[in-house]
Design a protein around this ligand. Structure first.
Ligand SMILES: Cc1cc2nc3c(=O)[nH]c(=O)nc-3n(C[C@H](O)[C@H](O)[C@H](O)COP(=O)(O)O)c2cc1C
Length: 172
């Protein structure tokens, strides 16, 4: 598929069917994560995959979102492994996890599944609920599933700036 078509087809899906996701598809989403570029190729991602109903039901303890998706991925990075910029020590972990999560969302779309990136979670509660190790930082939560029959993009999906509003040639 043409890349821009895939980018257009992706939207934040917040309505899921109960249908379970085949392991083959989960493997492909994880392969998309594996192929993503990371700062100095540090590959510090640590991804917790929730498929067990009891584990999935605990998600509400750290975020109001989740939409009963049958599959949820918690995308973390290991602070001991992520790339640190030499001049100021800035941690590249969040940037790397953003690229990885985006790769995963696009593969989700490619597989006719849906997902929404959840940034609104309580990291302290998430750490307690899912026993996230101290050196891991939770960057994103990704509920994934087959879109429900009535699934549709929100109004914001088509609310994009024009290129002229954000792109500047040669000087701001
Ligand atoms: C970093 C990030 C955090 C987000 N957090 C949430 C969230 O917590 N809850 C939610 O419903 N949507 C969340 N979204 C989805 C955005 O609201 C959505 O991408 C945006 O409105 C554009 O819509 P679209 O994805 O359908 O094109 C998040 C998206 C990103 C990239």
């Amino acid at each position: 598929m043409d890349f821009l078509q895939l980018a257009k087809d992706r939207y934040s899906c917040r309505y899921f069917s109960e249908k379970e996701i085949e392991q083959e598809k989960i493997d492909k989403i994880l392969e998309a994560a594996r192929l993503a570029p990371t700062g100095r190729n540090s590959q510090s991602q640590k991804i917790l995959i929730l498929t067990d109903k009891e584990e999935l039901s605990k998600l509400g303890g750290c975020t109001p979102y989740g939409w009963n998706a049958p599959l949820v991925m918690l995308i973390c990075y290991d602070k001991n492994e992520s790339w640190k910029r030499r001049c100021d020590g800035a941690d590249g972990g969040i940037i790397d996890m953003s690229i990885i999560t985006t790769h995963m969302m696009l593969e989700v779309t490619n597989l006719d599944l849906g997902a929404t990136w959840i940034g609104a979670f309580d990291p302290i509660k998430a750490r307690e609920i899912y026993n996230i190790p101290e050196n891991y930082e939770l960057a994103a939560i990704l509920p994934i599933g087959y879109p429900a029959e009535d699934a549709h993009p929100s109004k914001l999906h088509n609310d994009r700036k024009t290129i002229e509003e954000f792109a500047f040639y040669n000087k701001f």
